[in-house]
Design a protein around this ligand. Structure first.
Ligand SMILES: [Zn+2]
Length: 135
């Protein structure tokens, strides 16, 4: 699967965006990651009310899969959960249960739960509310 184009992500990256490197991970620090993304306070963050996003507390940003890497731990250190059409593999730390994010494997992108980014200021995020509960 080729990495997703930054223009085809659910929240497309602006053309002139300065790309930053963000780090984060789970509570017990077994899983650590870094990924590239435009300023998360300048772009929108997906706040969806579907059953999985609400239960897991996702506030999501999207990056092509080749712009995300683990710096500690790996995919094998996470539990995987799928449901419904099984298009999305939801990942969480097997030890502490932190919901780092799911991966849209079939679409070449990684979804990162911004709550797990180091030092994130949730009050500064521009939330893009999407109503998927009623569809
Ligand atoms: Zn953990």
């Amino acid at each position: 699967m080729a990495p997703a184009d930054t223009k085809s992500l659910p929240i497309p990256w602006p053309d002139d965006a300065e790309i930053k490197v963000y780090t984060g991970g789970c509570h017990c620090k077994k899983i650590r990651y870094e990924f590239e993304h435009p300023d998360i306070y300048a772009t929108q963050v997906m706040n969806c009310n579907c059953s999985i996003c609400e239960d897991r507390g996702y506030l999501a940003v999207y990056t092509p899969e080749d712009k995300f890497r683990f710096t500690s731990g790996s995919d094998d250190d996470m539990a995987h959960y799928e449901f419904g059409a099984r298009n999305v593999g939801h990942r969480f730390c097997k030890v502490c249960g932190t919901s780092i994010g799911p991966a849209f494997q079939k679409r070449g992108m990684v979804i990162v739960n911004t709550r797990t980014i180091d030092g994130v200021d949730l009050d500064r995020l521009k939330l893009h509310k999407v109503d998927r509960r009623s569809v």
